[in-house]
Design a binder for this molecule. Sequence first.
Ligand code: HEC
Ligand code: HEC
Ligand code: HEC
Ligand code: HEC
Ligand code: HEC
Length: 190
Amino acid sequence: MASATIGVAFGLYALWPPNLETGFEPQQPIEFSHALHAGVDRLADGRQGMGIPCLYCHSEATKGPHATVPPVDTCFKCHSQVEGKGPDGGPHPEIAKIFDAMESKKPIEWVKVNDVADFVYFDHSQHLLAGMDCTECHGDVQNMHRVKRDASLKMKWCLDCHTQAPTEHTSELYARQNLRSAIHCSACHR
Ligand code: HEC
Ligand code: HEC
Ligand code: HEC
Ligand code: HEC
Ligand code: HEC
């Protein structure tokens, strides 16, 4: 049964749209800057990064499969007070979109940057509980103005890491096999 399911899934895989590759850096509906919000360094324009913790906005990451992108309410916690300044002296046009979204109750349609094939099982919490840092898979998001995909998310990418030597965080099961994590097919293909 399981193998029949996998067979169908891999059949459908052939129809998968051309996979989004490493380096994918789409324009987003709001020019939201991680460097400004999550960064701690001074930006080229002289402003200081605000150092908001990743999990303030991506709080689901430690709880289950999806890190998720925060709802506009999360932005509004601050932006109800912060309108910024646009070139014409009025509110910043990108921040104005937050007010529009709150008013219209329409979610902001962020473009997904990292997306694994649907027949693959991936869970953020399993990785974060093992002591991993976001940068290991997403690169230096903290200093990006626009998020850029850092990894292929292909099977080889997963396995190149899982077959590494165990670390101090590695669970007994894999440490005994001298691996960093699972390599059996059913771990990722269920
Ligand atoms: C103030 C809220 C906020 C904070 C803090 C924040 N993010 Fe984000 N993050 C977002 C939003 C909104 C998006 C979607 C828009 C975009 O891609 O810029 C996003 C997108 C992402 C994506 C791409 C999602 C996808 O589609 O694949 C990654 C990866 C990410 N964030 C990682 C991080 C990391 C790592 C940190 C900490 C260094 C962090 N974020 C801090 C709000 C936040
Ligand atoms: C913890 C508070 C806080 C949160 C949460 C927050 N912001 Fe901001 N944001 C700010 C502040 C403060 C500024 C103004 C920084 C400045 O001009 O020095 C700002 C600036 C901006 C700007 C203008 C960028 C620029 O170059 O001036 C945009 C756009 C923006 N935020 C979008 C968002 C979005 C979208 C979210 C939710 C995903 C969000 N912010 C969440 C505090 C926050
Ligand atoms: C072991 C690698 C790995 C680590 C560590 C990791 N991610 Fe991800 N992340 C991924 C993969 C793979 C995807 C695509 C998942 C999918 O399509 O289901 C993803 C997707 C995302 C997304 C898009 C929304 C979603 O949930 O699919 C966000 C946002 C994100 N990651 C943020 C983070 C943050 C923040 C951290 C650290 C707290 C983090 N990630 C740690 C591999 C990782
Ligand atoms: C940079 C390293 C790294 C990358 C890349 C990575 N993982 Fe992992 N993965 C880990 C670690 C570490 C663990 C936790 C191992 C342990 O239990 O100690 C883990 C655990 C898992 C588990 C849970 C295994 C179990 O015991 O049930 C699954 C499933 C998994 N990863 C899937 C994936 C998939 C799918 C990808 C690629 C899309 C991926 N991982 C990419 C490091 C990584
Ligand atoms: C650590 C996670 C992981 C393990 C273990 C794993 N795979 Fe995969 N596999 C993936 C990911 C991720 C993809 C999706 C690649 C993509 O989107 O291009 C994939 C894709 C595939 C595909 C589709 C074609 C391709 O190569 O992209 C086949 C077939 C496949 N896996 C078979 C297997 C078999 C058989 C095993 C056991 C020997 C296995 N996988 C073990 C993560 C894993």
